[in-house]
Design a protein around this ligand. Structure first.
Ligand code: HEM
Ligand code: NAG
Ligand code: NAG
Length: 488
């Protein structure tokens, strides 16, 4: 019995020793990596902790927190290490910066000292022609298309009327006494608007709803683990992506049959220029849908939340917009560009919403060279995360930073370089003016027609993308403000 069992036992133990040796080796490698990054004899590397081997501090960093706070991770680390510290995030050695000056420095030195560098999970789904992925000349080319598409003259002559029409469509569907999910309403509004501007899809068409459905399936893949196996969110996202590609291909074919039709939309601009392949056009369209509606819908929802808690601000907004309304001639029922220019206080509200709400909290960069800044050394190849919300919520920059106080913007005279809700440098958000226009026109008609209050307590959370936990349920009531009150 014993002799018969021996060989098996010997074999078993050999395999066991092998596995154990491999395990020890792996742990050793991980430890050496961790040790090296932790105790590497580098000059003036910012202080900080590299956390656990491999995962680093990623879990802590991604811990959801209130959007109007810097989050426990940032608070804890800033208190301990100061505004610039090192860490290990998403498998990379990383410098995290809450220093407004360093953040500005990073943004303006794009392509010289730093470069955009998003995690592969994000780039995998947004496509290799996504503006967040491209660098150098190719980025410049795509960016100029986006900038051109939303240039000031286009905003004034083309977007403005459409925005107002979509705002009125949204508000017309609201009934006195309704309880609505503000976030969903804002998403519908911004999505429909972008679908119109990009593809000339109108909100009442079934294909718009279809596109929205596909788009949302696609979106869920952006934040899911990139596992391309049937059943996963990522798999479904890639399926939706190819479905949208098919739809787009059909539209482009149909348009090429009738070249005399004019659309004046993004698709027409890029197909007429003829410089992009179908795949590039698809990535551009998806990215514009993504960039142009995820962010501005959140910003709008945040505004509704902050305003619901600030009746004095709503009061002043009502006065501003009633004055604009009253000054309009009877023939011109619609808003004009001159009206928009008069919305001074509304712009304070928009800035304050972006400051306190921090829709885009940080961006991803990497160091192209060894960089010395103030007392710090940032080694070449390290990732760099400029955290914008840190400055926006810093008591040293803004008095009582956690208060929603639009009036503070009437005092902020000098150019405020630390206010970067739209990033900066040659990657400054291409849609910043469009986003503000959307918010202003929405607020105009909203405060004229409705009053609203929070129906169920809710808060915006940073996941780190910002979202309301319950979608912000609000109760709306029609105001008794009637056109008859118009003077003149
Ligand atoms: C309140 C709403 C918005 C916020 C807070 C916002 C924020 C940002 C930020 C921070 C960036 C820079 C990303 C980086 O540097 O890595 C960015 C880029 C971009 N945004 Fe926005 N955005 C908003 C609305 C829009 C809208 C409405 C559009 C219109 C389609 C848009 C289009 C873009 C594009 C195309 C880029 C890429 C620019 C480039 O890489 O050159 N954004 N946005
Ligand atoms: C709005 O601001 C502009 C310039 O910033 C100023 O000329 C104008 O008088 C202001 N309008 C109101 C109504 O305060
Ligand atoms: C809002 O912030 C921008 C900077 O992004 C600034 O140029 C603008 O003057 C601010 N608006 C108001 C009303 O303070």
């Amino acid at each position: 019995m014993l002799t018969m069992a021996m060989p098996a036992l010997r074999f078993g133990s050999r395999a066991g020793i092998f596995v154990a040796a491999m395990a020890i080796l792996l742990v050793l490698i991980a430890f050496v990596r961790w040790f090296w990054s932790h105790y590497r004899p580098t000059e003036r590397l910012p202080p900080g902790s590299m956390g656990w081997p491999l995962v680093g501090e990623t879990m802590d960093f991604l811990q959801p927190h209130s959007a109007t706070s810097r989050g426990r991770f940032m608070e804890k680390h800033i208190k301990r290490y100061g505004n610039v510290f090192k860490s290990s995030l998403f498998g990379h050695q990383t410098i995290i910066s809450a220093d407004p000056e360093l953040n500005k420095f990073i943004l303006v030195n794009e392509n010289k000292l730093f470069q955009c560098s998003y995690p592969s999970t994000i780039t995998g789904i947004l496509g290799k022609w996504s503006m967040l992925v491209l660098v150098g000349e190719e980025h410049k080319r795509m960016r100029s298309i986006a900038i051109n598409f939303m240039n000031p003259a286009k905003l004034k002559d083309f977007f403005f009327k459409d925005i107002e029409r979509h705002v009125l469509l949204t508000l017309q569907s609201w009934k006195d006494g309704d309880v609505l999910f503000a976030q969903q309403e804002a998403k519908k509004f911004t999505f429909n608007l972008m679908a119109k501007q990009i593809l000339t899809f109108n909100p009442e068409e079934p294909r718009t709803q279809e596109l929205m459905k596909d788009y949302y399936t696609f979106m869920k893949g952006v934040i899911a683990a990139p596992l391309n196996i049937p059943g996963t969110a990522y798999y479904r996202a890639l399926k939706s992506r190819s479905k949208i590609l098919d739809t787009l291909g059909r539209i482009m074919d149909a348009r090429s049959q009738k070249p005399e039709d004019k659309y004046n939309d993004l698709l027409e601009v890029v197909t007429k220029s003829g410089s992009l392949t179908t795949e590039q056009v698809l990535d551009l369209v998806l990215n514009m849908l993504f960039a142009g509606h995820e962010t501005s819908s959140v910003a709008l929802t945040l505004a509704l939340k902050f305003l619901a808690d600030a009746p004095a601000v709503v009061q002043q907004l009502q006065e501003e917009h009633q004055a604009i309304y009253a000054a309009r001639s009877f023939e011109k029922e619609r808003l004009t560009w001159e009206d928009y220019k008069k919305m001074n206080f509304t712009h304070c509200v928009i800035n304050e919403t972006l400051r306190l709400g921090n829709v885009v909290r940080f961006v991803h960069r990497k160091a192209l060279k060894d960089v010395y800044f103030k007392d710090f050394f940032i080694p070449k190849g390290w990732k760099v995360l400029p955290v914008f919300c840190a400055a926006h919520l810093d008591a040293g920059v803004y008095c009582r930073p956690l208060e929603f106080d639009p009036w503070r913007w009437q005092q902020i005279q000098e150019k405020n370089v630390y206010f970067t809700p739209f990033g900066g440098g040659n990657r400054l958000c291409a849609g910043a003016d469009l986003a503000k226009l959307e918010m202003a026109v929405f607020i105009h008609h909203l405060v004229l027609q409705f009053e609203w209050k929070i129906a169920e307590a809710d808060r915006a959370m940073a996941f780190p993308f910002v979202e309301f936990e319950k979608g912000l349920p609000i109760q709306i009531n029609r105001r008794c403000f009637r056109p008859m009150q118009k003077q003149q």
